[in-house]
Design a protein around this ligand. Structure first.
Ligand SMILES: Nc1ncnc2c1ncn2[C@@H]1O[C@H](COP(=O)(O)OP(=O)(O)O)[C@@H](O)[C@H]1O
Ligand SMILES: [Mg+2]
Length: 457
């Protein structure tokens, strides 16, 4: 990767991701009997988010840091876009790879703007271009430049710091982004928002993102592919989230996936991509009789009363209509709805809270667009099992038109795995590890020791 490669980004147009190939990578730390990473090979496709997920200490961070040579492999080769990373000056390499870690790793004594400007500054961009880039990056991550440019990291919330960390990692428009438990230190709600934001950004940027986490739910939500890692970074399974959830490779992976694999699958499919149910409807100004007749002659227990814009208002049963003279104020309110772009997991939560056990689906303008019922969910999960089953003798033909279940984007997570306190991401034994080699930062003479670690982003 040359300077010109790195500095070609023009505002408004982003460089897409590059393929990364690790081939037979082994890392042996000095004085350790066993390697931390042994014979690790993987191809990370350009423009995808690949998540390394595995227990604390299994070698995730070591593996990731070899990609930008914060750690040098003992043996094996790594190529980015076909070029051997060892043929590139390490400082230069790191300027072409975004790097974002837990607690954001911002330089505490520098303003937000100067944090984001770090790599463009090292690349010799002129002041005007850097300034415009800082504003563009802040907007990209949802922070108002006028408000945040001049603030210092300590004046930001954890989530805001994490956003600035992502802005800094993206500032020089690198084709590759390495993210090591970047959202591990924020509360679950903020983490969910940051995950949503990363997916939104990626839909626009198409970077190659290697994302490390020990939270399987996070992996399912973010990953185009997941590499489930065991001891010494041994790859237990490398596949799409849908395939891993439907058919874990072995008992270890199954244990990691958890007993609620089926429920996690619901996060992978959008409401828009399944066959939705219907029920009788009427607008609240309509006469009572047609709805009453429809409820009487059909299997439907419930009808839905809509407003003039066809937005759902209330559920009504045949009993409730028996003596009604108008549709005004009869029935019980619809307490929650889901959007077409919501996940089936969101639909499940909505229907569990609904008095009729249905999730009412709404379109762009809030108009009624069908129902998700328990039957919808059960049918979908059965379909997913069939689709990914490669072992059963009674394997059905994969002819499920329109389900789109494996290629849908994931827009929603399913709660949180309690974070593993032992795995604090960026803490390194000793503190004089390979990170000390990462000195490509002009600010390093004034950088606090605890943040030198992230200087190479
Ligand atoms: N600088 C180091 N020196 C010696 N051993 C290390 C060093 N960094 C990590 N290790 C060891 O390598 C193994 C993998 O660590 P790491 O890559 O940090 O795992 P993870 O990120 O999955 O928690 C662990 O056993 C850890 O103790
Ligand atoms: Mg780690």
């Amino acid at each position: 990767m040359t300077e010109t490669d790195i500095a070609t980004a023009e505002s408004g147009e982003y460089r897409r991701g590059a393929e990364i190939v690790l081939d037979s990578i082994t890392k042996r730390y000095p004085g350790q009997r066993d390697p931390a990473v042994e014979d690790f090979s993987i191809t990370i496709p350009a423009g995808e988010i690949v998540v390394f997920v595995g227990p604390s200490g299994c070698g995730k961070t070591t593996t990731m840091r070899m990609i930008n040579r914060l750690i040098e492999p003992t043996s094996g080769t790594i190529t980015i876009d076909g070029r051997d990373v060892t043929s590139v000056n390490p400082d230069r390499l790191r300027r072409g790879i975004g790097y974002s870690i837990q607690q954001a790793g911002l330089f505490p004594h520098l303003s937000v703007a100067r944090n984001i400007a770090t790599v463009p500054g090292l690349l010799g961009w002129d002041r005007k271009r850097i300034s415009a880039r800082v504003d563009e990056m802040l907007e990209l991550v949802g922070l108002d430049p006028a408000t945040f440019r001049r603030r210092y990291p300590r004046q930001l919330s954890g989530g805001q710091q994490q956003r600035v960390g992502v802005a800094r990692a993206l500032a020089a428009d690198p084709p590759v982004l390495l993210m090591d438990e970047p959202f591990g230190a924020v509360d679950p709600i903020t983490r969910g928002l940051l995950q949503d934001e990363l997916l939104r950004l990626q839909a626009e940027l198409h970077k190659t993102i290697v994302f490390v986490t020990h939270d399987f739910n996070e992996a399912v939500k973010l990953g185009d592919r997941i590499a489930v890692l065991g001891n010494k970074s041994r790859i237990l399974q490398y596949d799409t989230p849908a395939a891993i959830l439907a058919e874990p490779a072995d008992d270890t992976v199954a244990g990691f996936v958890g007993a609620d694999a089926g429920l996690k699958q619901l996060t992978l499919t959008r409401v828009a991509d399944v066959d939705r149910g219907q029920c009788p409807t009427a607008v609240d100004t309509d006469p009572v009789e047609p709805l009453r007749a429809e409820l009487a002659e059909q299997e439907w227990k419930w009808g839905l009363i809509l407003d003039a814009q066809r937005r759902p208002l209330r559920w009504v049963s045949a009993d409730q209509l028996a003596h009604a003279t108008s549709l005004w104020e009869v029935g019980q309110p619809v307490t929650g709805t889901v959007a077409l772009r919501s996940s089936l997991q969101a639909a499940l939560e909505t229907l569990l809270a609904d008095s009729t056990a249905n999730a009412v689906v709404t379109g762009r303008r809030g108009e009624y667009a069908g129902l998700v019922t328990i039957d919808t969910l059960v049918a979908h999960l059965a379909e997913m099992r069939t689709e990914h089953s490669t072992t059963g003798p009674d394997r059905a033909e994969p002819d499920n038109p329109g389900s789109g279940s494996t290629e849908t984007e994931h827009d929603r997570g399913s709660g949180d795995t309690p974070s593993d306190g032992a795995d604090s991401g960026n803490t390194q034994p000793g503190g004089t590890g390979p990170d000390a080699a990462n000195s490509g930062d002009a600010e390093s003479d004034t950088t606090a020791p605890d943040s030198g670690d992230e200087a190479g982003s």
